[in-house]
Write a protein that binds this ligand. Structure first.
Ligand code: AMP
Length: 419
C-alpha cells in the first residue's frame, strides 16, 4: 500500500535538526527578554476577517495564499499567515492597553501560506515575531532594529544588511500614490500585467515585482521617500540618528515597501547575501493605525518578524564553513618572512590553534586569494619591512580591519581572538 506523505511544503523537524531550532529559539528568547519583550502564544487559527481587515484584501497573502476554510458551523476560519494581526487582536481583546503602559510582546511559532514551495519558502514555516505597543518615539524604531541586528548576530549569523525606509503617513502616502499612478499610467504598455493591475489596487506593490523589466523601469519612478511630509521626515531622521548612535549598521533603501497595507513610516528588512532568491530573513515596520482599525484604542505600534528556517539555513552554512576553515592563515612575502611564517604556523598549531598557509610563497595577491578561499577569519601578513621592525599585520577578514601587532608576542597576541 502506498504510504502517506506530509502535505507539500510542510516539513517534519527531525531529532537531528532540533538542536538548530533550540539554539535559534533560545537565543531569540534571551535577546528579546533582555529588551523587555514578554512571550504570548496565540491560536494558530483565527477568523478570516481578522487577516482580511489587517493585512488588506488586495495583498498577495490575503488574495492568494491564505489557508482558509469554513468550519462545521459555516464560519470562515484561516490558519494564520503571520502573527501581527493575531497579537493585535489578543492585545485588544484582553485590554493589554488599559494601563497605558508600553507593552512589548513576542511570539515564536508556525505560520501558513499557500505559496509555491522552493528552497527557503514553505507552506508551513516559523517566525519569531516581536511587537511594541504604546509609543511613536523614534527611539523604539531604532531600538527594535538594533535588537534585530543583535539577535541575528547572537544566533551566529554574519553577512546581513539592514535596509531601512519610510512609508510616510496615510496622508503623505495618498499624495504620492497619485503621483506614482501617473508615472505608471504613462508607461502602462511597458509594465507587466500584474503591475498594471497593481496600479489600481495597490500601486506601491509594484516595487515588490519580481520582473526585471519592471524593476529597471522603476529606476526612474518617483520615490515615496522624497514626498513624505515634514513630520514623517523628522521622525525618519531621528530614527536614523539613533541607529547611528547605537552603531547599528544600515542602508536606506527607498524600495522597501513591504506587501501589507498596515505599515506606515519606518519599514525595514534584514537581507542576507547568501540565501539566493529567498534572501529576506525578516522585516517589519510601524503600524500606528492598525490597533484602532481592529477596534482598539488609537495606540502607536511597531513590530517585526523573522523566518526561523532561513536563519537555520544561514547558520548551517556558516557552521560548515567554520568547521572546515582554519582560524588563521599566514602570509609571508619574501624568503625570510615566509620561513618565519612557517615557524609561526607550527607555534600556533602547537597551541591547538588551527592555522594554514600557502607554502609556495607567491605574490601577496595570490596568497591573499588562498587565504580568502580557506575561510580563515584572521590573516597574519609578514613582509620584509615588518620582519625588520619585528611587527606583523593581523587582518580580520570578517570585520575588514587590519592592525599591526608586535611579532615576538604574536602567538599570545592572537590566542584570545574570537572566531
Ligand atoms: P514577511 O512577513 O512576508 O515579510 O515574512 C517575514 C519573514 O518570514 C521573511 O523574511 C522570511 O524569513 C520568512 N518567511 C515568509 N514567508 C515564508 C515562507 N513561505 N517560507 C519560509 N519563510 C518565510
Amino acid at each position: 500500500m502506498q504510504s502517506i506523505q506530509a502535505v507539500r511544503g510542510m516539513n517534519d523537524i527531525l531529532p537531528d535538526a532540533v538542536g538548530w531550532w533550540r539554539r535559534v529559539e533560545n537565543a531569540a528568547r534571551e535577546v528579546l527578554e533582555s529588551f523587555g519583550y514578554r512571550e504570548v502564544r496565540t491560536p494558530l487559527a483565527e477568523k478570516l476577517e481578522l487577516f482580511a481587515r489587517s493585512i488588506g484584501e488586495s495583498t498577495d497573502i490575503v488574495e492568494k495564499e491564505m489557508y482558509a476554510f469554513q468550519d462545521r458551523n459555516g464560519e470562515w476560519i484561516a490558519l494564520r499567515p503571520e502573527a501581527t494581526a493575531s497579537i493585535v487582536r489578543s492585545y485588544i481583546q484582553h485590554g493589554l492597553h488599559s494601563d497605558s503602559a508600553l507593552r512589548k510582546l513576542y511570539e515564536i511559532g508556525p505560520m501558513f501560506r499557500h505559496e509555491r514551495p522552493q528552497k527557503g519558502r514553505y507552506r508551513q514555516f516559523h517566525q519569531i515575531d516581536a511587537e511594541a505597543f504604546g509609543t511613536d518615539s523614534p527611539m523604539i524604531d531604532a531600538e527594535m532594529m538594533h535588537m534585530l541586528s543583535l539577535l541575528v548576530e547572537r544566533i551566529g549569523i554574519s553577512g546581513v544588511i539592514l535596509h531601512v525606509n519610510t512609508l510616510g503617513c496615510p496622508e503623505c502616502r495618498q499624495t504620492y500614490k497619485e503621483i506614482l499612478k501617473g508615472f505608471l499610467k504613462e508607461k502602462a504598455d511597458l509594465f507587466c500585467p500584474d503591475c498594471v493591475r497593481r496600479r489600481e489596487t495597490n500601486p506601491l506593490r509594484v516595487f515588490d515585482c519580481k520582473v526585471e523589466k519592471c524593476q529597471a523601469l522603476l529606476d526612474r519612478a518617483p520615490m515615496l521617500i522624497d514626498y513624505v511630509c515634514r513630520d514623517c521626515r523628522a521622525h525618519f531622521d531621528a530614527v536614523k540618528d539613533y541607529l547611528d548612535k547605537l552603531a547599528t549598521r544600515y542602508e536606506v533603501n527607498p524600495r522597501i515597501v513591504r506587501g501589507l497595507d498596515y505599515y506606515m513610516r519606518t519599514t525595514f528588512e534584514v537581507i542576507s547575501d547568501r540565501l539566493g532568491a529567498q534572501n529576506a530573513i525578516g522585516g517589519g515596520g510601524r503600524y500606528n493605525g492598525l490597533v484602532r482599525d481592529l477596534g482598539g484604542p488609537d495606540v502607536a505600534a511597531i513590530g517585526f518578524a523573522i523566518g526561523v528556517e532561513r536563519l537555520i539555513m544561514l547558520l548551517q552554512q556558516e557552521r560548515e564553513q567554520i568547521l572546515r576553515a582554519p582560524r588563521f592563515f599566514l602570509v609571508g612575502l619574501g624568503e625570510k618572512p615566509l620561513e618565519k611564517a612557517f615557524l609561526l604556523l607550527q607555534q600556533l598549531r602547537g597551541r591547538g590553534l588551527e592555522a594554514e598557509m600557502d607554502y609556495g610563497g607567491r605574490s601577496l595577491k595570490s596568497q591573499m586569494r588562498r587565504a580568502d578561499k580557506s575561510g580563515a577569519r584572521y590573516v597574519l601578513i609578514l613582509g620584509e619591512n615588518e620582519l625588520v621592525q619585528r611587527q606583523i599585520q593581523v587582518r580580520d577578514m570578517l570585520a575588514g580591519t587590519q592592525e599591526l601587532l608586535p611579532l615576538d608576542a604574536i602567538v599570545e597576541g592572537v590566542e584570545g581572538l574570537r572566531d
